[in-house]
Design a protein around this ligand. Sequence first.
Ligand code: ADP
Ligand code: MG
Length: 243
Amino acid sequence: MLKIQNLKKYFGGVKAVDSCSFGIKENNITALIGPNGAGKSTVFNLISGIIKADSGKIVFNSKNIINKSPERISNLGISRLFQQTKLFNNLTIKDNLLLAIDNNDTKFWYSFFSLDNNENNIKIKNILELVGMEKFENKLARDLSYGQKRLIELARTILNPHTFLMLDEPVAGVNPKLRKIIINILKKLKQQGETILLIEHDMDFTLKVSDWVIVMDEGKVIAEDKPNKIKNNKKVLEAYLGE
Ligand code: ADP
Ligand code: MG
């Protein structure tokens, strides 16, 4: 579904991503892990078009999408959860989610009102049920806790029309109970046929949810394998110990 070939991005002398290559299979949950500064977030930013690559290829469904605009990449079906929450605090959860269904800037208010229809209301009900937040539909975003906001952000990422989900540290800073809830949500999404790439620092979480683990260090892929094998990989242990 997604193939990255010899991807390169230097920031001055820092080789953030350096001849990085890997592939993502459809209907798999793939985890991208590695010590701090390994280049994971830069890879995400390159895939979603937020920063421009120096060279390489990013092939999504047989199309090279490298250095296309974020809007274009999003329209091709890549939806991304950001590390920081970006909800509109003064809007209700429902309105925040309506905006995710179609955020056509040029017709913002027009589309906002026309979006509030039966079909979309059902979509929102279903997604809130999936993340266990159906009681919060009419609450303002600012009244939610950090963890609840993360769940709504996840709902919004899923609601955004897509065929491929990228999640940047979905459980960073959330409590163990919420972590379990998010594990179950990801498992359900996989059952529904979703393809997911996630960055995660929490090894335990990663090993529980992923089908395949890709390990980066110093801008390169140093290992990839099934989760139960990767945790004993010598190169991986060395990279983490050296952190
Ligand atoms: P990770 O997400 O694996 O922790 P990053 O992709 O954030 O790693 O960073 C990889 C390297 O690139 C780090 O050394 C980081 O300091 C550097 N880097 C990332 N973004 C920038 C930037 N915008 N400008 C300069 N250096 C950057
Ligand atoms: Mg990062």
